[in-house]
Design a protein. Structure first.
Length: 420
């Protein structure tokens, strides 16, 4: 009799658990051989991945996916090389497993060590970003974990090809390919099952749209690390260098509008709005950015759409921006506090006091002074790659890599002590 979907997913989780326990006996060098083999395999067989990706791209166009989402889905030889290269950054980083966090001698004479250990089996539910498939596996290997992947239907063919190549690579270096569990069912049923696998999966990481992340954090019984929606703001202060502000806005909004660290709201101090608006017009016209503006903005941009509460709360993930003219830092901070998703927030200013106040008062995983929000990325932060950008405050916040995919355990060594 054919096993149910739940039974098949549990079997994948149990296989990952068994493989992870075997992995715990392997050295850091042996785990790194797995990552190196994956990079080599991607370079060797990249045409297979591109061919599979072309099927996904064709289906995505037929479904009417936006250009921004299609950009997230797209793979070519150059992008596959970048994925392989990012994974290999991990080869040169310290082993996150087995690090001594604390050490002491207890009053009774016992030695107490607190050391880092793998979490066990990681689960990931994510959408149309096939690079995440490789990133997640490489980070799991680096941190000594097994992993269970459930990608979106938009990238199903790409993910199948990538997982097959990675399993092949692990086999060639005597690592158990069962470390990588891949759920090829993309219905809501498979997500719901994975969310309920407490005891089989140790940590669940959702990565994708706000709707996906909310569904996981509200319904999962497995402990989750919430990767956040990126409703990111840029505040152009009264003492901003408007040329710098324009460059930061253009980069943050238009370089890759479909990613979570792209800008979604622009706040402009009233004193510099007259100087900044011509630059905003030039950028918007050059890139086709649709402006959703308040009354002050509409006065300069009659073709703009009136901004709504929903716009201010929205992650557009497209060539669109909500714009508001504010009277000062207090109003900007208040607006950000109301609508921010806690991801990345930016101030452009030459006023040191204003910059310091902004960084102190704004509650977000990453706060920038005079730099683009696009730097909120594991690669840019020196991690090589990331599992996501956490916007929660437990267990990790901001971009998180292999060093954050461990937990700790205490090791107590005695000479026969008993408690009285």
């Amino acid at each position: 009799m054919e096993r149910s979907l739940r039974d098949r997913i549990i079997a994948l989780a149990e296989e990952a658990r068994r493989a992870q326990r075997a992995l715990s006996a392997k050295s850091h060098g042996e785990r790194m051989a797995g990552i190196e083999a994956i990079g080599d395999k991607l370079r060797e067989k990249w045409p297979q991945v591109v061919a599979a990706n072309e099927l996904d791209m064709e289906a995505g166009r037929a479904l009417g996916l936006s250009e921004a989402l299609l950009d997230r889905l797209y793979l070519d030889r150059e992008r596959i090389e970048a994925i392989a290269g990012a994974s290999e950054v991990l080869l040169h980083q310290p082993d996150p497993v087995g690090q001594v966090v604390e050490g002491s001698t207890l009053e009774e004479g016992m030695g107490l060590l607190k050391k880092t250990v793998p979490m066990g089996v990681l689960g990931m539910i994510y959408e149309a970003r096939p690079n995440v498939t490789v990133d997640a596996v490489a980070l799991a290997l680096k941190s000594g974990n097994g992993i269970l992947l459930r990608g979106g239907k938009e990238a199903l063919n790409s993910n199948r090809a990538l997982v097959a190549l990675m399993k092949e690579a692990l086999t060639e270096v005597d690592l158990d390919p069962g470390l990588i569990g891949f759920i090829d069912d993309t219905t809501h049923d498979s997500s719901n099952i994975l969310m309920g696998l407490k005891g089989h999966v140790d940590v669940l990481i959702p990565r994708g749209s706000g709707r996906l992340i909310s569904a996981v954090t509200q319904n999962a019984t497995v402990p989750t690390i919430e990767t956040g929606v990126g409703n990111c703001h840029l505040y152009v202060d009264a003492k901003a260098d408007v040329d710098m502000a324009a460059a930061i806005f253009e980069n943050g909004k238009t370089q890759r509008p479909g990613v979570c660290n792209a800008l979604e709201t622009l706040l402009i101090h009233r004193e510099v709005a007259g100087d900044f608006f011509p630059k905003l017009r030039e950028i918007a016209e050059a890139h086709g950015v649709v402006i959703h503006g308040d009354s002050a903005t509409l006065a300069e941009f009659p073709q703009a759409k009136p901004v709504t509460e929903e716009d201010f709360a929205n992650e557009f993930l497209d060539y669109a921006i909500a714009v508001k003219v504010v009277d000062g830092l207090d109003e900007a901070v208040e607006h950000i506090g109301r609508y921010s998703s806690g991801h990345s927030e930016v101030i452009v200013t030459e006023d040191i006091a204003a910059a310091e106040e902004f960084t102190q008062r704004v509650d977000a995983a990453v706060v920038y002074v005079n730099a683009s929000s696009r730097f909120t990325d594991g690669g840019c932060f020196g991690y090589g790659m990331e599992m996501g950008i956490s916007t929660q405050k437990l267990h990790v916040r901001g971009p998180f890599g292999a060093q954050h995919l461990v937990t700790t355990k205490y090791i107590v060594t005695g000479r026969g002590q008993i408690r009285s």
